[in-house]
Structure formats: C-alpha cells, structure tokens
Write a protein that binds this ligand. Structure first.
Ligand code: DC
Length: 514
C-alpha cells in the first residue's frame, strides 16, 4: 500500500518594501527545503507588459485580462523568480526604473488584484512554499500554516539599500532613497485595496539591529516550530479542482474565504460562523429550498407571478443575473424561483454586512447565499468578492442600477456590472421584472395584495460582453458600451413604462427571451 506524504507547510511572509522579504525568505526557504516566491514580481511583470504595450498603469479594464499572459518559472533552486511574458523570458525587465515608478499604481487596481489572486493561490498547490508580499496573510492565504510579518524601521531599511547600492550615506542620492522608501511605505499602507497590514495572527520578526543571518535564523525557527506543531498546509481551491476527478466535488470543497477579514466592522465577528457556513458550499440545501418555497408562497399570496424564458438560466458555469430594481418584491420573486432553475446549486448575492446583524433575518440571508460587503470600502470590496464568486463558477445576482427606482423606470446604471463581466468573462442573463412596483411600492412597509395584480418576470438569452462589443472598441469606451448593452437587453424585457432612459437601447433588441 502506498502512503501519501503529508504536504509541507505554506508560509505567508508579509512586510514593507526593502524589509528583506525576498532575500531572507529565499535563504530561509533554501535552508528548510521549501520553495519561495515573491508575489511582487506578478505586479512588476504586469507593469512591464503594460509599459511595452502603451497601456496606462491605471487602466484596470485593460490590465486585468493581461494577467493571464504572465507566467512564473523556477530558477532551478525552488525560487520562482523567472518571469515569462507571452512565453518569453522577461525577468530582466522587472527592476527597471520605469517599472519601479509605475508598479504601485498597477498594484492599487482592484481588477488587477482580483485577476492575480487565484494565480497566487495556485502556487501553493502541494504545499511547501514561502509566499512573500504585502497582503499574503490577510487576503491571498488567510489560512496559511504560518504568517510572518518581517519589519524594520524605515531608517534601517533605507541604510541597507544605500549600502547595497554603494551610495554616499550623506549624499543626495541617499536622501532620495530615504524619501522614496517613506513614500512607498505610505502608498502600501494607505491604499484602499489590500493595504499592507500584519495579519492579526502573524508572528512578527523585526530585523532592526540584527544581521541578515540572524534574521534568517528567526524565520527558520518560526517555520520549524509551526511545522512541528503539524499545521497542515492549506491547498488552494483551484489546486483541489485540478486534482479532483469530479468538478462538482471541487466546487463543494472550496475553502471559506476570509479575505475581507481586514475590513471588519464592529460586531462582524458574531456572524463569522454564519458567513463561513454560507461560503463553504455552493449546493442547495434543504434550508435554501425551504426558504425559496416560503418566498414562493408569499409572492403568490400577494400577486400572480408569471415567467417567460426561465430556461435561459444556465444549469452550470458562472453567470451574472442582471435585474432591474423597482420594488422589494424583486428580490423575493428572484430568490423564490431562480434557485430552482440553475441546477443543483444556489444563487449568490452581495449585501451590506450590517444586514447580518438583524436577528433571524441575518441567519436567513447567510443561508440564502448573501455575502457581506463592508460599507467603508463597498465598491472595491464588492467587486473583489463578486469576481471571486464568478471565477469559482457561481451564479451571482446583481442590480446594475444599485438602488430601487423611485418611479419604476430604469435609472442610469453604474459601470460595476460591465466591469465585472469584462473582468471575468462571465455570461450575463438579463432579467426584466414588470409591475412589482404596483404591488409593493417603494416606501411602503408591506405589499398590497389588492387589487390582485400580475407581475411578469422575463429572462433574456445569456450573452457575454465580448459578443456585443465592437471588435476595435477602445478600452476606455468599452465600459460604457457594455453597460448600455446590458441595460438595453434588460429594457427589452420590460413593458414600455419601465424602460426609462434605456428605451432606445431596448428598441435595438429583438425577441429577447427566445
Ligand atoms: O515587493 P516589490 O517591490 O517587488 O513589489 C512591487 C509592487 O507590488 C509594490 O508596489 C507592492 C506591490 N505588491 C503588492 O501590492 N502585493 C503583493 N502581494 C506584492 C507586491
């Protein structure tokens, strides 16, 4: 009988620029027989590619798909320090002044971070690796077997850099190094998305006043201790998916994702158990089925619901269900019926974290597939979460307009849904809800069942943004055009009074549910 060796530890190693993550991390990895990667090279590689192709370093829509063209290679000693762009070695380009100047702009973009998240997690397949970066312990690998935070004062780090470059410590160039390092610290710590911050459970190693070897000794000792207390190495969900003979099992096995842990509002911890329970599984349970049934009973009690095109809902694969928002009844009707038509899985939604604090209701929405978004950083957080759900192959329901319409007519939509569709390639299913506003008006606490009204919900044919955008559209215009394409398709599923500002776009569509 063959036995599978226990996978070795995965270590998250975070810290500010020039704290020695790369050199200390690689040396410790070599002594421990682990692999090593500094994830900064992903951001540098993407920056180098953007510079080559004249893409602006803040153009997330253009940059996110380019992440797929970056590959990392082993230098022969277990250090993943070689970078291939479109299959060609580009390692030498990563440390140029131009890349140095633009990389923190690229690293700030949520779409870029979302596109690189899974790539970084995939590197941990099989365990036995030290992964260095800024957000590894907090966002990329929240379940790492050990989290280390390597720090040193800005003076000490600047002095090391000055000595490395052989500069005169009193000279102008040295002064510039000190200034630039201070600025990079501020950028890394102050950025909105995945800021540099030590994970709450990180072991801190401060290298002020101790030499390189002594710092490596401390890292080696911490890893040895963590490994001997037999913390199993986490394995990324996609690594599991690759090994799994049954894709649906892989989906079921996805780990609870706690990358939002850094932005908790007070009281959020109370709901942690619920969130984890909800995130672990994409399959329908008796609870989801039961809630859907109750919602159907309620909806039928207050109106007569009629569906067209329900077969357009995909039974597998990711999908963005984009729906107009005219009443509280929309969500209820959607929740009641969509779950039953997307195969053996359930829908996912995004909701304010504070909703989870409402007794009973919080519990219900957690099991109804709602994912909490922190208010402070809502757009970025929502984008990241939504894109993660879609990349995992889940079905996500979204309201492109953001809020309920005051008069039942379509309002101007935000670009978020288009960006999500462009960033993930997920198909969009447009949905038009008609007359729900007559049953449950905005501002009313309860629906009015009398006079009895008909609510018609139409599901359009799924489409991808790539199918509807003109071939040579410039990247900046793509967002706006994609938003109009999505809203036009929703409008085409609505009666004229609901079409609002997208009436003209609706006219361009024909037989939308067929
Ligand atoms: O560590 P470095 O200088 O090679 O990193 C390059 C850039 O990438 C820098 O702006 C920080 C950023 N980065 C990040 O945001 N998250 C990581 N996990 C790694 C690096």
């Amino acid at each position: 009988m063959t036995t599978t060796p226990t996978p070795r530890i995965v270590v998250a190693l975070d810290g500010p620029a020039s704290s020695g993550k790369s050199s200390v991390g690689a040396a410790a990895a070599a002594r421990l027989g682990l692999r090593f990667v500094d994830t900064g090279i992903f951001y540098r590689a993407l920056t180098a590619l953007a510079l080559r192709e004249g893409v602006a370093p803040d153009d997330g829509v253009a940059l996110a798909p380019m992440a797929a063209r970056v590959a990392l290679g082993d230098d022969g000693s277990g250090v993943l320090s070689r970078v291939l762009l479109d299959g060609r070695d580009a390692t030498d380009e990563l440390r140029s002044d131009a890349v140095d100047a633009a990389v923190s702009t690229v690293a700030r973009i949520p779409e870029v971070r979302a596109a690189l998240l899974q790539r970084q997690r995939d590197l941990t397949a099989g365990g036995g690796i030290i992964v260095a970066g800024r957000d590894i312990g907090t966002v990329v690998l929240p379940d790492a077997g050990l989290k280390l935070f390597l720090d040193a004062s800005v003076e000490e780090r600047a002095n090391r850099r000055i000595a490395q470059r052989g500069l005169d410590p009193q000279g102008e160039e040295a002064a510039l190094v000190r200034e630039q390092l201070g600025a990079r610290d501020a950028q890394d710590r102050g950025r909105e998305v995945a800021p540099l911050v030590a994970a709450a459970d990180a072991v801190h190693v401060n290298s002020d006043g101790i030499g390189f070897d002594a710092t490596v000794d401390q890292v080696v000792a911490a890893v040895t201790k963590a490994e001997s207390s037999s913390v199993p190495a986490p394995e990324s969900a996609s690594a599991k998916a690759e090994r799994s003979p049954r894709p649906e099992r892989a989906e079921r096995a996805e780990k609870p994702d706690r990358s939002d842990a850094t932005g908790d509002e007070p009281g959020a911890k109370r709901n942690r158990k619920l969130e984890i329970a909800m995130r672990m599984d994409n399959h329908r349970t008796w609870l989801t089925t039961g809630f859907s049934f109750l919602c159907r009973c309620f909806a039928r009690a207050v109106c007569s619901v009629q569906f067209e095109g329900l077969d357009n809902l995909p039974k597998d694969g990711p999908a963005i269900i984009a729906i107009n928002h005219i009443s509280s009844l929309d969500a209820l009707v959607a929740g009641a019926w969509i779950n039953e038509h997307i195969g053996d899985r359930r829908m996912h939604w995004l909701g304010k974290r504070s909703l989870f604090d409402i007794p009973v209701f919080g519990w219900m929405i957690a099991y109804g597939g709602v994912h909490p978004v922190d208010r402070g950083n809502a757009d970025v957080e929502a984008y990241r979460l939504a894109s993660r759900l879609l990349k995992a192959g889940f079905v996500l329901i979204v309201y492109p307009e953001g809020t309920r319409s005051p008069d039942g007519a379509l309002q101007e939509a935000k670009d978020g849904v288009a960006m999500l569709a462009m960033g993930t390639g997920a198909p969009i299913v447009p949905v038009g809800v008609n007359d729900a506003d007559l049953v449950w008006r905005k501002g009313r606490a309860l629906p009015s069942p009398f006079p009895r009204r008909k609510v018609t919900v139409r599901f359009g044919k799924p489409f991808t943004v790539a199918e509807v955008l003109p071939k040579d559209v410039d990247r900046k215009s793509a967002k706006g055009l994609a938003t109009r394409a999505i809203m036009g398709r929703i409008a085409a599923l609505l009666d004229p009074r609901h079409r609002g500002i997208y009436a003209d776009d609706a006219a361009a569509q024909d037989t939308p549910t067929a």
